[in-house]
Design a protein around this ligand. Structure first.
Ligand code: SF4
Length: 379
């Protein structure tokens, strides 16, 4: 059972963390001896990757546990071609292009949105789609486009914004829709040949919206334990222990470590808003992973007027990754960030070659900021 804790300090308590690390070591030694190899556990979510590097969790784990950093950072999986689509819209003189900050630095084949802004395009950073709606209200003579990114975590806010625009009859607002679904991607990772994953940490923020249902197939169809996990270091350690405990007891279930936030039946109001505005089932292209069937969303016909791609034709071209970039292998859990041939040599947070070096949730940026920099010789 998850431990009853109330205050944030308790989820960062080193004594508590060390106690969990000892229990993990005990279970991992038994499971690894039975398998004759180390156990591989994937944290799907970029938020967990960030916590793992920030708090040095890998260094607390025994050699029998290997963490595999998954593709759950929406900025990191934006394909090159989608950035080019965004640029083609943002460069139109009548357009004000609004986006979250991280997405401004993601390199496309033709540069980044930040570079386009430097060259004179009206690209503005916003903190929420409602900010973009406010820009549309304030600029009735311009077309305001919001770059709608993210998993089910950010989709309810986008859906509610479209509903609000519709209520107000705002016609100069639209979305370049790049929302993506977690479950089909997890299935694609599980079907990847050569990946011997033993268990998963499921994303806590996504689960807050969706509940546990989208993850049931992992336990039912693939017989892998999966634990919905919070974002503090003790959350992550406790969830790793819960995954290992399932392995030790021969179980494969969806468990909820993040019960202080996640109701396993999800957030009904958020799910309703999403279902009202978006239709699931589109194939979406992911950077490094290719097309994943059913992982994308589009606006329902009733809201087609808010689709930026209907107003502004985009190139919609699929692009190869830049030469030397190994983001795809890192995203599929086949390569550790520091083993990419470009890591720190042509790709760093100041000059990212791949998207995994852009967002703080990207595995390469997290590794660079928390591990690589600390081991660099002093100058
Ligand atoms: S170091 Fe750069 S190119 Fe290599 S995987 Fe990471 S982000 Fe991609």
């Amino acid at each position: 059972m998850p431990m009853p804790m109330q205050y944030i300090d308790e989820f960062r308590d080193p004594v508590h963390a060390r106690g969990l690390a000892l229990r993990i070591a005990e279970l991992a030694a038994r499971a690894a001896a039975a398998r004759g190899r180390a156990l591989q556990i994937m944290e799907f979510c970029g938020g967990h990757t960030h916590t793992i590097f920030r708090y040095g969790i890998e260094q607390m784990l025994p050699p029998e546990v290997e963490l595999v950093h998954g593709p759950g950072c929406p900025v990191c999986v934006l394909p090159l071609g989608r950035i080019d689509d965004a640029l083609s819209v943002a460069l139109r003189p009548q357009v004000i292009f609004t986006t979250f900050g991280d997405a401004m630095r993601v390199p496309g084949a033709q540069g980044s949105l930040l570079q386009a802004k430097g060259a004179g395009a009206d690209v503005r950073m916003v903190y929420s789609p409602l900010d973009a709606l406010q820009v549309a209200r304030a600029n009735p003579g311009r077309e305001v486009v919001f770059f709608a990114l993210g998993f089910e975590t950010t989709m309810p806010a986008t859906a509610l914004t479209v509903l609000q625009a519709d209520r107000e009859g705002l016609r100069n607002f639209s979305l370049l829709c790049c929302h993506i679904a977690t479950a089909p991607t997890l299935r694609a990772v599980l079907d990847e040949p050569g990946l011997g994953l033993d268990g998963f940490l499921a994303p806590g923020h996504v689960s807050m919206v969706t509940g546990a249902e989208p993850f049931q197939f992992v336990a039912r169809d693939y017989r892998k334990p999966i634990v919905i996990t919070g974002f503090e270091p003790v959350d992550v350690l406790q969830s790793l222990w819960m995954v290992l405990r399932q392995i030790d007891e021969g179980r494969a279930e969806v468990e909820n470590q993040y019960s202080r936030v996640v109701d396993t039946s999800g957030n009904r109001a958020a799910l309703q808003a999403m279902a009202q505005v978006f239709e699931a089932g589109e194939d979406a292209h992911w950077r490094g992973l290719g097309a994943i069937g059913g992982s994308g969303f589009r606006l329902r016909g009733r809201f087609a007027a808010y689709d930026a791609e209907a107003r502004f034709p985009v190139p919609a071209a699929t692009r190869e990754e830049p030469p030397g970039c190994q983001c795809g292998e890192v995203l599929r859990g086949m390569l550790q960030p520091q083993n990419c041939r470009m890591f720190g040599k042509g790709c760093d947070p100041a000059n990212p070659l791949g998207a995994l070096m852009v967002s703080s949730e990207g595995a390469c940026a997290a590794y660079y900021n928390y591990r690589h920099r600390q081991t660099e010789p002093a100058r």
